[in-house]
Design a protein around this ligand. Structure first.
Ligand SMILES: Cc1cc2nc3c(=O)[nH]c(=O)nc-3n(C[C@H](O)[C@H](O)[C@H](O)COP(=O)(O)OP(=O)(O)OC[C@H]3O[C@@H](n4cnc5c(N)ncnc54)[C@H](O)[C@@H]3O)c2cc1C
Length: 497
C-alpha cells in the first residue's frame, strides 16, 4: 500500500484554491500545518497580527478537517522541527509545498527535501514579472499595470480601457472635506473560545491593543468584509484616497490587505467583485479603476520587484541613512499630531492607511535619515498585514528611496505644507507647518529643507527634484534651518519631539 502524500500549508497560504491543494483528496492526502514558536517570537509583533495569523491558521485547519482531510496541526519550536516530527510520525512518500512568499523561506525550503509547487497566489508569477522586466530601462508601475490590464482583461472594453482612460489617479487626490465623511460602521466579529485560547497564549513580547473584532480570521468572515467594502465603500473609494482625518483611522480604505496576504481572499475574486460593481452601475469608474490598480498594479508590482531584486534589495541604503529608529515609534509619545494620530491607530488596530505609512511614518524616517532596515523591522512587526515581500519594496523602495530610485522616480519627501493640505491634523498641533525655524516650526518643514540641503550631491542627478534642490540652495536662512534641524534631530533621538 502506498503511503499518503503530505501537503504542507504555510500560515500565509490559507485557501482551498492554492496550487498545492489542487489535486489533494481527503483520505489520500494528509495536510501538515506548523505553528512555529520561533516565528511568533522573532519580533516584537503587534498582538492583533499574531492573533490574526494564528487564529486564521487554526480555523483553516478546521475547514480542511470539515472537508474530510486529516490535518496534522503541530505547534513546534520551528517550522523545520515541526516538519521533521511529522515525517517521523507519518513517513509520507513525499511532502509538497507551494512556493513560500518570502525569499528566505523559499531558500530554506529547498534544503528540506520538499517538492515545490509553483505559486498561484498572485496573478503574475514572479518569473513572468522577470520576463516582463527584461530589457526595460525603467520598471515603471504604470507600464506594468497596463500590461496586466490587457493580459487579465480587467476594465477593458475590447482593446480599450473602460471609460476611455487608463488611470484616474488625478481624480483621486482630493484633500479631506471639512466636517469629515459619513460612512456606515464597519462589520466586526465577536470573539469566540478559539480567539480567547489564542490570545491567552501569545508571547509576552507582543504589544498593542487587544483585538476588537475588526479583523476577520476566517475566509467566511473575510468574504463578508469584501462584500461590505464593495457595497458600502467602493463607490466613494476614489477621491479621498490620499487624505488623512484624525478622527477617521481607516478612511474609505478597504482593510483587505491582511486577507489578501494570508490567502483568505484571492486577488482575482477581489477584482472581479469590484469590476462587477462598475459594470452593474453600482460604483463609478474613478473608484473602481483606482482600486483595481492597487491590486493588479501596485500589489503585483511590488511582489515582482521583490523577487527580482532579492536578496540584495533588503540590504540597500542608497542615501547612507544611519539614524537608529527614534523612540517615538515604539512609545507613541510625540507632540507632532499627525504622527501621534497614526501611531495611535497602529496601537489600536495594528494598521495605518497608505498615506500615513508613506507620508507620515515613511516621510519622517526619510527626512530624519533613519536606517531603512530599522523601519522595515518596525513596520513588519507593527502592521497586521506585514510581510517581507511587501515591506521591502514599499519601505526601502517607495518610502525611503533606499534603492536609489528603482521604484520611485524621486523621494517622497514633503514638508508640513503637504500634510496641512492633505490632513486636518495641523489644526490642533503645537507646530506650525508654515515655519522652517523656531521652536514651533513643524519638524517636517524644517527637516524637509535640511534633507534637500544634506542630499544635494546624492540627488543632483534627479531631474524631477531639480526645482526643489535649487530652492533649498537659494534659502535665505539656510544656516538657521540647519541649526534648527540639528535641534529637532536631537529631540527626536531623545524621544522629546
Ligand atoms: C511604507 C509602506 C509600508 C507598507 N506596508 C505594507 C504592509 O506591510 N503590507 C501590505 O500589504 N501593504 C503595505 N503597504 C502598501 C499599502 O499601504 C497597504 O497595502 C494598504 O495601506 C493596506 O490597507 P488597505 O487594505 O485598506 O488598502 P487600500 O487602500 O484599500 O488598497 C487596496 C489594496 O491594494 C493593495 N495595495 C495598495 N497599494 C499597495 C502597495 N504599495 N503594495 C502592496 N499592496 C498594495 C493592498 O492589497 C490593499 O489591500 C505599505 C506601503 C507603504 C508606503
Amino acid at each position: 500500500m502506498t503511503r499518503p502524500d503530505t501537503v504542507w500549508v504555510l500560515g500565509d497560504q490559507l485557501n482551498r484554491g492554492i496550487a498545492s491543494l489542487e489535486h489533494a483528496e481527503p483520505g489520500v492526502t494528509r495536510i501538515l500545518m506548523v505553528e512555529s514558536a520561533a516565528k511568533l517570537a522573532s519580533k516584537r509583533f503587534h498582538r492583533q497580527r499574531l492573533h490574526l495569523v494564528v487564529t486564521a491558521m487554526r480555523r483553516f485547519a478546521d475547514e480542511l478537517r470539515n472537508a474530510g482531510f486529516e490535518v496534522d496541526y503541530r505547534r513546534a519550536d520551528s517550522l523545520a522541527v515541526g516538519l521533521a516530527a511529522h515525517r517521523r510520525e507519518h513517513a509520507p512518500e513525499r511532502v509538497r509545498l507551494m512556493e513560500p512568499m518570502s525569499w528566505s523561506m523559499l531558500h530554506a525550503a529547498r534544503g528540506l527535501d520538499v517538492e515545490l509547487i509553483r505559486s498561484n497566489q498572485f496573478l503574475c508569477h514572479y518569473e513572468d514579472f522577470a520576463e516582463w522586466a527584461q530589457g526595460r530601462n525603467r520598471l515603471v508601475m504604470e507600464d506594468f499595470y497596463r500590461w496586466q490590464r490587457r493580459r487579465l482583461g480587467y476594465l477593458m472594453d475590447g482593446d480599450e480601457p473602460a471609460g476611455g482612460t487608463w488611470n484616474y489617479d488625478a481624480a483621486n487626490r482630493e484633500p479631506p472635506p471639512a466636517g469629515g465623511i459619513d460612512r456606515p460602521p464597519r462589520p466586526t466579529t465577536r470573539r469566540d473560545d478559539l480567539d480567547e485560547e489564542v490570545l491567552a497564549a501569545l508571547p509576552d513580547s507582543s504589544f498593542g491593543a487587544e483585538p476588537d473584532g475588526t479583523w476577520a480570521t476566517s475566509r467566511r468572515a473575510a468574504l463578508a468584509r469584501l462584500r461590505f467594502f464593495i457595497d458600502e465603500l467602493l463607490p466613494g473609494f476614489g477621491p479621498y484616497q490620499d487624505a488623512i482625518l484624525v478622527d477617521d483611522w481607516a478612511m474609505g480604505h478597504s482593510l483587505l490587505s491582511p486577507y489578501l496576504n494570508l490567502g483568505l481572499l484571492t486577488p482575482d475574486e477581489v477584482c472581479d467583485a469590484a469590476e462587477e460593481a462598475y459594470r452593474d452601475g453600482r460604483a463609478p469608474i474613478e473608484s473602481v479603476e483606482g482600486f483595481i490598480r492597487q491590486i493588479i498594479g501596485w500589489r503585483e508590482y511590488v511582489w515582482g520587484l521583490y523577487w527580482l531584486e532579492m536578496p540584495d534589495y533588503a540590504r540597500r541604503n542608497a542615501l547612507g541613512a544611519d539614524r537608529p529608529l527614534p523612540p517615538l515609534f515604539t512609545t507613541g509619545a510625540t507632540g507632532m499630531r499627525c504622527v501621534a494620530d497614526a501611531l495611535a491607530s497602529v496601537e489600536a488596530h495594528g494598521y495605518a492607511h497608505h498615506i500615513q505609512r508613506l507620508m507620515v511614518f515613511g516621510n519622517l524616517a526619510l527626512l530624519a535619515g533613519v536606517v531603512p532596515q530599522d523601519v522595515v523591522e518596525w513596520m513588519w512587526a507593527s502592521f497586521v498585514d506585514g510581510a517581507e515581500w511587501v515591506m521591502v519594496p514599499n519601505v526601502l523602495g517607495m518610502a525611503l528611496y533606499a534603492d536609489g530610485g528603482l521604484m520611485a522616480t524621486k523621494p517622497y519627501a514633503a514638508g508640513g505644507n503637504y500634510l496641512n493640505k492633505m490632513s486636518d491634523a495641523c489644526g490642533g498641533c503645537r507646530f506650525d507647518p508654515k515655519r522652517r525655524t523656531g521652536d514651533d516650526a513643524c519638524p517636517f518643514t524644517t527637516l524637509y529643507w535640511d534633507f534637500l540641503d544634506r542630499n544635494q550631491d546624492a540627488l543632483a542627478g534627479n531631474h524631477r527634484l531639480a526645482r526643489q534642490l535649487a530652492a533649498a540652495r537659494r534659502l535665505g536662512n539656510l544656516d538657521e534651518v540647519r541649526r534648527r534641524a540639528d535641534e529637532v534631530l536631537d529631540l527626536l533621538d531623545a524621544g522629546r519631539l
